[in-house]
Design a protein around this ligand. Structure first.
Ligand SMILES: Nc1ncnc2c1ncn2[C@@H]1O[C@H](COP(=O)(O)OP(=O)(O)O)[C@@H](O)[C@H]1O
Ligand SMILES: Cc1ncc(C[n+]2csc(CCOP(=O)(O)OP(=O)(O)O)c2C)c(N)n1
Ligand SMILES: [Mg+2]
Ligand SMILES: [Mg+2]
Ligand SMILES: [Mg+2]
Length: 347
């Protein structure tokens, strides 16, 4: 088994899993192999830029994700922030740091995952950087996208009278992580559970293979009626708080309207946990959370249904700028903590 050599790795990447014609069709004139990549931008559009990092033990362990999953999710989580702006992803740069002696085969797996996700969204991996690390593996994916000039969807533009919507079920990724951490089985010993335990398999997939909601983001952007948008990386509570604070409005979540996936319900009952805890404070779902005027909600839901996508109305925006509250099934209204995943605050 050969370990990584920086130059051999770059040669392997240059030979690439994305053809030259795919890169050129995607707008890249000069890709991997020069000092920097050169790419085209569409006239009348603005650039939309983001990066996200995944670090070993913080974002993944060898018991929670396979190498291909790590690559896939690193790309998916970065593309998700482009979706959350209503934009289209175009180009990506990938920076990887790994300990000396890491097997080349591991990096190849990581890149298969990166390319698998990038190819689905026509994203060209135009370059990156490779270094050694004294700790575990760290991967940073920068994504550059485009949006029609002045039409990006922001967090700061929610208005009283809007409804709050979400593009899919939440909490499954966090429940999947909970299960994987308790199971504590190295990825090379994972059983194939798709047939035998389909519910658990769906939770594991939600954690390991999230999909960015690009089509949903574009539908919302093109509709012209969406006011605010955010992606759910840190949990429903945290993302609703971000919209609330950025827009200077209050947000009420309606407990009875928040959809709960069957597999989350079953898992929560077995684990004696409240599914709402996974939904509110779990994170890494990468669904889109946003607001639009109430009068557009039904027609937007119909547009989503026609496109084979989901759109749930789960709350509303009000003028009382006192953060996020939950209207419980009982009718009581309780404040929701601003907590979610926070890198420098644990527990
Ligand atoms: N180290 C940093 N330097 C500059 N900007 C940063 C840094 N970390 C985060 N940001 C910016 O802060 C904002 C919020 O980041 P983050 O919470 O990671 O967003 P998200 O949760 O959507 O990925 C973004 O605009 C991001 O670009
Ligand atoms: C081993 C492990 N422990 C804990 C988590 C949970 N976790 C790590 S980071 C994170 C939040 C999302 O990551 P972040 O870097 O904050 O993404 P961003 O908000 O910047 O998109 C969560 C829920 C995990 N994925 N894996
Ligand atoms: Mg981030
Ligand atoms: Mg985000
Ligand atoms: Mg993010």
């Amino acid at each position: 088994m050969s370990s990584i050599d920086e130059f051999a790795l770059i040669q392997w990447l240059t030979d690439g899993k994305q053809s030259r014609s795919f890169q050129q069709a995607g707008g890249v004139e000069t890709g991997i192999g020069d000092d920097a990549a050169v790419a085209n931008i569409t006239p009348g559009y603005q650039l939309v830029m983001t990066c996200d990092t995944m670090t070993e033990t913080i974002h993944f362990k060898n018991t929670t994700m396979r190498d291909q999953d790590i690559g896939y999710k690193a790309m998916a989580s970065a593309i998700s922030d482009i979706a959350a702006m209503g934009a289209l992803p175009k180009y990506a740069l990938v920076a990887v740091s790994c300990p000396q002696g890491t097997e080349l085969a591991r990096l190849e797996e990581l890149y298969l995952g990166l390319y698998d996700c990038a190819n689905q969204w026509n994203v060209v991996i135009a370059g990156g950087d490779t270094t050694s690390s004294m700790g575990g593996i760290t991967i940073t994916v920068t994504v550059i996208g485009e949006v029609e000039k002045g039409k990006a969807l922001l967090r700061s533009t929610a208005e009283p009278g809007d409804v709050l919507f979400v593009t899919g079920m939440l909490g499954c990724s966090a429940a999947g992580l909970d299960y994987l951490l308790k199971r504590d089985l190295p990825a090379d010993q994972w059983p194939d559970q798709a047939q035998s335990q389909p519910e658990l398999d769906r939770l594991v997939q939600a954690h390991c293979r999230p999909n960015p909601r690009i089509e949903a983001g574009r539908l919302l952007q093109e509709s012209g009626v969406c006011h605010a948008l955010n992606d759910v990386s840190d949990g429903l509570a945290s993302e609703a708080w971000e919209i609330s604070e950025a827009s200077g409005v209050g947000i009420d979540l309606i407990e009875d309207k928040i959809p709960i996936a069957d597999e989350l319900m079953v898992y929560s009952m077995d684990a004696e946990e409240d599914p709402l805890d996974y939904i509110l404070f779990g994170g890494e779902d990468y669904q889109l959370l946003g607001t639009m005027p109430a009068e557009h909600a039904i027609s937007m839901q119909m547009k989503f249904r026609e496109a084979g996508l989901a759109l749930y109305i789960i709350g509303y925006v009000n003028e009382e700028a006192d953060g996020v509250r939950l209207v419980q099934s009982s009718g009581y209204v309780v404040p929701i903590d601003k907590k979610g995943y926070n890198h420098f605050r644990k527990g």
